[in-house]
Write a protein that binds this ligand. Sequence first.
Ligand code: PLP
Length: 292
Amino acid sequence: MPDRVLAVLTAPEAGSEVAEPFRFADPDAPLLRVLDLGATRGDGVFETLGVGAGRAQAVDAHLARLARSASMLELPEPDLDAWRAAAIAVAERMSEHAEAFVKLVYTRGVEGSGRPTGWVLGAPSPDHSVARTAGIRVVVLDRGLPHDSAGELPWLLQGAKTLSYAVNMAALREARRRGADDALFVSSDGFLLEGPTSSLLIKRGDRLVTPSTSLGILAGTTQAEAFRFARLRGLTTSYEILGPEGLTDADGLWLLSSVRNAAPIRSIDGDERPIDAAFTADLNAHLLARRD
Ligand code: PLP
């Protein structure tokens, strides 16, 4: 069974007539040009989708977000039919893995060429069972911007899923330095935001809450699915602007993301937090069974 599968888009942008939307390629062969702006400037966008037994999850939601992110970076509009075909074909080749992921990468292309680059890579998922059951230790980190800055500072691309994730990776390293597994960003004025690669979910009684995307955070596809799950169970859901009290008066907290799904937070800055094991298990079962 293949461990990694790569498809290269022939023309990742809309409006090009091509016979074949993608071709499979050897993931170990040299492929990316050294002048690709995705590599030299982090100038591009990406998406990571979960794959369960060969079926890509939440494809439409991820493609819609790819198009939104591309538009925020003023990249050419992506040809979503070509991206969908490539993502589904790569996911199908991962069918012997119970859990895998596919990553869609769309860059501004080789400098000066005016042509974007796009590829889809599939690989088996790491084992996330410990994070999903025992939970994760989280530290709170200041993202350094006020909570209402997204509209005023559009060039900072808050809320776009860009390839410029060096800051997010640095935050994860800082979390590990502090003895934790993951981080939660807050705004410089103390409002709860998101993790470096995840959305925050809060349970308060029979209500599920997540920070509002007006705060310049990513609209999470896993969070959206968690809200659908909650409504099926008769819980109410809301998007809110929350200060630190949002963490202290919670009955349960999770970081949500495609692939890892729902990781319950077992401590924040060293303070133990309760884990709702039954709710977490049901939510993860729902997320793993997601088909679209
Ligand atoms: N927020 C950020 C900054 C992310 O990078 C991610 C995923 O990588 C998420 C939230 C969660 O998004 P999703 O649930 O669609 O994977």
